[in-house]
Design a protein around this ligand. Structure first.
Ligand SMILES: Cc1ncc(COP(=O)(O)O)c(C=O)c1O
Length: 380
């Protein structure tokens, strides 16, 4: 079955009792067992819940994994992956990562005795030079955040594996519609499913998907022991969102391409970063790695200073001024003061996150209306 069919049919068998075409929301926290010490398929909802199991099956199929785990948020999923590490281990993380992941690695993992350093993944050969005897993991994003870098995933994965590192990819921006990292040998794929996968700004969720049963069992053990599972209701919302994921992401990519081209030709815009533009440094690689679209995220810099940038992001009427992304409604934000405020100022400068950077998440509104909205905002 093709991707779009699997999104609707895998993990969505009709309910055997009623024939319902939608998986029921199983709210039970516990399940009656056949006998003392004898265990049925489900025993306690932290360890397993039928609604969560169903959506995990869909997610595993879409990422091409042997299994997937659904978490209460993207950060809970990333945290679970970092718990594969022990005190004394070292992580290499891409420079272009979400501010919350930067904070987790620098402030939480560090206090657990795990060292972290940021690495510029634009030159894969530099990666080997940064590997230390205690380096155990490489963490990067399939499409980086907020500079929308598209790293050479197959090459970086090969280099990391040659150095015996586990490779984790945050695939939130690209989604499995455009990029399936497990196909390149990546070990763990992570999602803030809050974004495109759920897709409607009404559900906080995270995902880990893996290709290897032994790794899946280890992550399941950690998740069950620590408890940050996705609730039955949110599992239902995620399953519902996944059914239209392919349609949404492809349409958002089409609109984003038009908006990026419009911005590139606008006199008040200094630079536009979008992997679908020939001007993007990773454009050729993005064409090879991304499956038929370049995503719904755009970053640009307008002429002017910090204050003017603040004025622009406050002036849109359809683009809502908010963090988050990947939903049906378009959003706008200033990474330096919002999504990437957790970076320290020096790391922000090094990662190219200037004060005048603006990030757009293109939704599903009519693209002409979105362009009109940006036109009026850029006149402020
Ligand atoms: C790329 C990326 N990764 C991870 C996260 C964290 O996910 P959550 O907010 O669901 O915990 C976010 C949230 O904005 C994100 O954009």
């Amino acid at each position: 079955m093709k991707f779009r069919t699997r999104a609707i049919h895998v993990g969505n068998d009709p309910d055997p009792q009623t024939g319902a075409v939608v998986t029921p929301i199983h709210l039970a926290s516990t399940f009656i067992q056949p006998g003392a010490g004898e265990w049925g398929k489900f025993d306690y909802s932290r360890s397993g819940n039928p609604t969560r199991t169903a959506v995990q099956e869909t997610l595993a199929s879409l990422e091409g994994g042997c299994g997937a785990l659904a978490f209460s948020s993207g950060m809970a999923a990333t945290h679970c992956a970092t718990m594969l590490l022990s005190a004394g281990d070292h992580v290499l993380a891409g420079m272009d990562i979400y501010g919350g992941s930067y904070r987790l690695f620098h402030n939480i993992c560090k206090s657990a005795g795990i060292q972290v350093s940021l690495v510029d993944l634009q030159s894969p050969d530099a990666l080997s030079a940064q590997v230390r005897p205690n380096t155990k993991m490489l963490w990067l994003e399939g499409i980086g955040n907020p500079r929308l870098t598209v790293p050479d995933l197959p090459r970086l994965t090969d280099i990391a594996h040659a150095n015996e590192l586990l490779v984790g990819v945050d695939n939130t921006f690209a989604t499995p519609v455009l990029l399936r990292p497990l196909e390149f040998g990546v070990d763990v794929v992570m999602h803030s499913a809050t974004k495109y996968l759920a897709g409607h700004s009404d559900c906080l969720a995270g995902v880990l998907a893996v290709a290897e049963p032994k790794l899946l069992n280890r992550l399941y053990y950690i998740q069950n022991a620590t408890g940050a599972v996705l609730s039955p209701f949110d599992s239902y919302l995620l399953a519902r969102g996944l059914k239209t994921l392919d349609l949404r992401v492809r349409e958002q990519s089409r609109s984003a391409q038009r908006i990026a081209e419009f911005l590139e030709g606008h006199g008040q815009v200094r630079s536009v970063i979008y992997p679908g533009l020939a001007s993007h440094p990773d454009h050729e690689r993005a064409k090879q790695l991304l499956d038929g679209g370049f995503g719904g995220m755009i970053t640009f810099e307008a002429n002017g200073d910090y204050e003017r940038t603040k004025r622009i992001v406050k002036s849109t009427k359809l683009f809502g001024l908010a963090v988050s992304l990947g939903a049906v409604e378009s959003l706008i934000e200033q990474p330096a003061s919002m999504s990437h405020a957790s970076y320290d100022a020096a790391a922000r400068a090094k990662a190219g996150i200037s004060d005048s950077l603006i990030r757009l998440s293109v939704g599903l509104e009519d693209v002409d209306d979105l362009i009109e909205d940006l036109t009026q905002a850029l006149s402020h």
